[in-house]
Ligand binder design. Structure first.
Ligand code: CU
Ligand code: CU
Length: 261
């Protein structure tokens, strides 16, 4: 009624087997059947309302990074949503940046690792410059449940972007919304070959002094990366933990030459 834009979502938690590499299946806990869960995107000041229904086998929540009433936190035992029950999360999108959400039920490491997480982007009122945008959620999977990951990726599927390079025209801005939700390992990282990028930590400021080719993140850290390719061809990106790279966390951004060049 006061002119605020209301963004309504429905998130249903349920158990589902997902394919994390060709022929490798993982018994995930999901929001809406996918890992990562759907990306939520709003402009700062918008009202976000999420009807959360738990159709899974365990108590779950949605815990958001960002300003909100602690009643909406989803982190305390009395805030856990039991199987068959539901809850409505409501808050204003704030602050500007790249954030995340995840289940905060216990044991926490199991609920996070099983797949209950996703990206949450809050745009500034004036927007950001036009770009080829993508979300990359760095994650890992413990396929034999020994408390250590056997498969690593961005956006779940090992080596997917090696086999299916992300094609971007040379000379046009690329913007990556990068989130680390990897469980069990203290850090993860992102390295892009043959370029340097502007790094906006947490994306909360619109200017940055950081210009680098590698960023290290602990769990729940995130950043916006901006880069414009100079050369056509394959630009590898991967974790600079070589072990993670060789277990799936590796991909290609392919520069496409302008047609008239
Ligand atoms: Cu959970
Ligand atoms: Cu968190």
């Amino acid at each position: 009624p006061d002119g605020t834009l209301l963004r309504e979502y429905e998130f249903i938690a349920y158990d589902r087997e997902i394919e994390i590499a060709p022929g490798v299946f993982f018994p995930a806990w999901t929001y809406n059947g996918q890992v990562p869960g759907p990306t939520i995107r709003a402009t700062v000041g918008d009202r976000i309302r999420i009807r959360f229904v738990n159709q899974g086998s365990h108590p779950h929540t949605i815990h958001f990074h960002g300003w909100h009433d602690p009643e909406m936190d989803g982190a305390f035992a009395d805030q856990f949503v039991k199987p068959g029950e539901e809850f409505i999360y409501e808050f204003d999108a704030d602050p500007v940046g790249i954030h995340l959400y995840h289940c905060h039920s216990s044991p926490l490491k199991r609920h996070v690792h099983k797949g209950l997480y996703g990206a949450y982007i809050v745009d500034p009122k004036e927007g950001r410059p036009p770009a080829h945008e993508m979300v990359m959620v760095m994650n890992g999977f413990d396929t034999n449940f020994d408390g250590d990951n056997e498969v690593y990726a961005v956006n779940t599927v090992a080596f997917h972007y090696m086999k299916h390079p992300i094609e971007v025209p040379v000379g046009e801005l690329i913007r990556i919304y990068l989130v680390n939700i990897t469980e069990f390992d203290p850090v993860n990282s992102f390295h892009l070959h043959a370029v340097f990028f502007d790094l906006f930590r947490t994306g909360t400021k619109l200017h940055t002094e950081e210009f680098t080719d590698t960023v290290m993140m602990c769990q729940a850290e995130r950043a916006i990366l901006e880069v414009t390719l100079r050369y056509p061809g394959r630009h590898m990106f991967h974790a600079h933990q070589s072990e993670f790279a060789e277990l799936g966390w590796m991909g290609i951004i392919k520069g496409i030459a302008p047609v008239n060049a």
